[in-house]
Write a protein that binds this ligand. Structure first.
Ligand SMILES: [Zn+2]
Length: 262
């Protein structure tokens, strides 16, 4: 019989070799950056582009907090929740858990992720690691360049018409109950499905210290299910309800899963 150690020894180098370099999981911020219809767009002004004997450049920009690839602080939906500048920085770097929901979202573009999806992930890849950053891969990031497809509507200026998949309340509760999750991310515009107008998954998660990552720019080639780290570093906005965030997938130099038996 194969021991768990033998199994890991065979599968981990394979998983790691699939991602030799860090991968940027961030959409670029520019005037086309997507956002819910209630927010202002990203706007950049080139202010100084002159110099006598030297090149000098500088820009001003205006942005909504919740736009493009961004983080939701618990305060976004909970008046007692922590703000973005108050989140412990140790929670910005965690163990990657990529949940492949592409087939389900293709069959049902309003699919809601259930506890069974996470239980199925654990059955295949082991327990959700301590300090996990969960990323829901709906295969949605490739739609980002087409706003109508990304929001699932012909009228992107009316958020009540949005249609895309999301996380169920039961799924959110299941993740909270593991006690091991730092953050929950999605490649769609929101943790809640597009049809939602009362944002129940946001509300449930905001009662905890878990932050959300939205519009995560997952690559076309799916990331390995686990075995690497994610760093999500938001702009440190005082009392921010959220912020633009740079997200990286980073290969583990060593096996650092805290709850893997060795
Ligand atoms: Zn948000």
């Amino acid at each position: 019989m194969y021991s768990l150690f033998t199994m890991l020894a065979y599968t981990l180098p394979l998983v790691l070799s699939e991602m030799p370099e860090p991968v940027d999981l961030t959409h670029t911020y520019d005037e086309d950056t997507l956002h819910f219809s209630v927010y202002r767009s990203f706007n950049l002004t080139k202010v100084y582009m002159q110099g006598v004997n030297t090149f000098f450049s500088s820009n001003d920009f205006q942005t909504a907090e919740h736009l493009g690839t961004h983080m939701d602080a618990p305060y976004h939906f909970n008046p007692d929740g922590v703000r973005v500048d108050e989140i412990l920085v140790s929670r910005f770097i965690g163990q990657a858990v990529i949940v492949d929901l592409r087939t389900k979202a293709q069959a049902d573009p309003e699919y809601l992720v259930t506890p069974e999806d996470f239980i199925g992930w654990e059955r295949r890849y082991g327990p959700i690691p301590k300090g996990a950053i969960i990323i829901l891969d709906f295969g949605w990031a490739v739609k980002y360049t087409n706003p109508q497809e990304f929001f699932g509507t012909a009228n992107i200026n009316d958020y009540t018409t949005y249609r895309f998949p999301g996380l169920s309340v039961a799924g959110a509760r299941w993740l909270i109950n593991t006690g091991r999750v730092y953050g929950v991310g999605t490649d769609t515009a929101s943790i809640d499905c597009g049809r939602s107008t009362d944002f129940p998954a946001h509300k449930v998660l905001s009662k905890t210290t878990i932050y959300n990552l939205e519009m995560v720019a997952l690559p076309k080639e799916p990331l390995p299910p686990t075995g690497f780290q994610i760093a999500a570093l938001p702009m440190k906005i005082r009392e921010g309800t959220g912020a633009p965030v740079r997200i990286l997938a980073i290969p583990n130099p060593f096996l650092q899963h805290t709850n893997m038996p060795l």
